[in-house]
Ligand binder design. Structure first.
Ligand code: ZN
Length: 79
């Protein structure tokens, strides 16, 4: 998958088993949902498992990781 077309989400199939106690009928309800492919790699930073893109929860976090600018607002260890 191209990095530039990645939505950082994937389609997942969600199955729910249904049982009607009155008729005894069993059925499976299937629907598709979007699931985020991003996971936290550090405090204030996440990475997409599909394309590997790194994202930041705030501008201060981005400055800290990309430029080394410390910011006490991120936490005691970032000051
Ligand atoms: Zn992605």
């Amino acid at each position: 998958m191209s990095k530039y077309s990645c939505k950082h989400q994937k389609r997942v199939e969600v199955k729910t088993e249904l049982y009607n106690p009155y008729t005894g009928d069993e059925s499976t309800d299937v629907r598709w949902e979007w699931e985020s492919t991003c996971e936290d790699v550090d405090l204030h930073r996440y990475k997409c498992k599909l394309c590997g893109e790194i994202g930041y929860y705030s501008g201060s976090a981005k400055d800290y990781y990309t430029k080394g600018i410390k910011n006490g607002a991120l936490g005691p260890s970032y000051a």
